[in-house]
Design a protein around this ligand. Sequence first.
Ligand code: NAP
Length: 329
Amino acid sequence: MKRIILFLLCVMLSLPLCSCGEKSDALRQSGAESKDSTGSAGNSSQNVNSTEDTAKAGVFDMETKTVMLSSGYEMPIMGLGTYSLSDEECYNSVTALLESGGRLIDTAYMYGNEAAVGRAIRDSDVPREEIFVITKIYPGEQYKDPEKAIQDALDKLDIGYIDMMLLHHPGENDVKAYLAMEKFVADGKIHSLGLSNFYIEELEEFLPQIDIMPALVQNEIHPYYQEQEVVPYIQSLGIVVQGWYPFGGRGHTSEMLGDETLNEIAAAHGVTTAQVILRWNLQRGVVVIPGSSDPDHIKENLDIFGFELTDEEMQRISSLDRNEKHDWY
Ligand SMILES: NC(=O)c1ccc[n+]([C@@H]2O[C@H](COP(=O)([O-])OP(=O)(O)OC[C@H]3O[C@@H](n4cnc5c(N)ncnc54)[C@H](OP(=O)(O)O)[C@@H]3O)[C@@H](O)[C@H]2O)c1
């Protein structure tokens, strides 16, 4: 019987993947499932139905360009970041992304552009369920009254539901804020939950206090700051890792995009250095959300599935790590 169930799971997961907004039956998750008898949510195997499912959650599918989250929802592995984009830039960038086939958008209360993201989505011809929107609430006032903060995000986006909501940083009342997000999951207003700027210590302290395992952690990751210990640690929990500042962030991009090693690898494949950086992330299981207000860059950044880096090239990029963080969090 166990074998039949395993076989059925394999068949289901090998079928063409459904729209990103749809939930897979094979990876159903509820708050109750994620807690063990001791109340701890720190073990990834509690998050999904079996160890086999845990192994599949988090595996990148380069054909469908998606990953199955432990929450049971699929998420595109390549998207657009909207930090520092003004309303108009943000609207135009999200529109360009959707027109070019991109479906993953990262915004936040702090970026002040959730309404522009929502407007671009409503104005597009792309069905809502194909699009995956991540937003975040911020420490301080928002964590003090998280229900209001979450409702504000829903109202500003005005797209029915939020695909994924993150805590932007650890901070006072972060557990309270996360537990409030869990209630919105129960009501179907948020599909998946995650964290940002959480590292090993922060996760070890935080996870036992919550009911629904985060499906994603978003941290600074680029060739000069690779988090070589943190990434596998997070992935070992069945949590997908997403990198911010893939090109080092504004003010650092020219150095990184001019890096000799990266340029050589790009030339060998006939692609751009930006595409090599994004592809390197994907091949180590890190979802990318480069920021851009340039439609040509947005198109270029989506075009990273026609080549593959060799093990030697992955190793060369790995050796560029300088543990050089480009922002404080
Ligand atoms: N959770 C957090 O705390 C946190 C913190 C920071 C950022 N983030 C998220 O991560 C996203 C990415 O970070 P970021 O946007 O700040 O920095 P980034 O992606 O490292 O760099 C963005 C810069 O790269 C340029 N660029 C984009 N594509 C390019 C290409 N193909 N060729 C050459 N240049 C290119 C952009 O210029 P153009 O506009 O000219 O393309 C922009 O100046 C943010 O937008 C945000 O969503 C999260």
